[in-house]
Design a protein around this ligand. Sequence first.
Ligand code: 5GP
Length: 210
Amino acid sequence: MNTKAGNLLIISAPSGAGKTSLVHGVVKRMQNIAASISHTTRPRRPGETDGVDYFFITEPEFEKMIQEGEFLEYAQVFGNLYGTSRTQIDRILDTGIDLLVELDWQGARSIRDIYPDTVSIFVMPPSEKALRERLVARRMDQKEIIQQRMQAAMSEISHYREYEFLVINDDFERALQELCLIVGASRLKTASQRKSLRQILDRMASEDSV
Ligand code: 5GP
């Protein structure tokens, strides 16, 4: 067992629920945690930076990475491909740093199958109305795309029961505090502490049984 292995936390939400800002907030506020950067074939939006928000790649490049087994999981979302790099995740977790991975419900299922200890969090917008307003306020997408995203959002929301934790993002600061609490609690899980404290814990447990 790698005694330094960090915890893997997956976070899903419909687009417009504020998940990305929350993830950035947690990484800023807490120590020893990073956010993974996915690969996507989706065009870059204004304000997004390659290698920061996503690795923006072409479809042939994405296909090549699939062939080479580079993705831990990948899925098609709104007609674009999104994937989580196996190397990136393993490299970060091996250094003992916790990792927050943003993905949709399909990706969340795949990751949970591979890493059963994964902590899963769903971020919910406060209402359908608020979600629509946020999608429109972004003004990044055309009207039909917003409609499509609205439908996709409702379908994403239908999977919320598959997650261990639920955060309602009606107040950003409170939602951020709740996410930080979840990260903190995941570090206190027995399985998580056993990675670094195994010897001490085993010794105490055996003394107790004498
Ligand atoms: P957006 O284009 O709005 O940034 O993201 C669209 C959707 O793709 C979101 O639900 C987001 O969670 C999901 N997504 C982002 N990265 C990944 C990934 O690596 N794998 C999967 N399966 N979904 C992802």
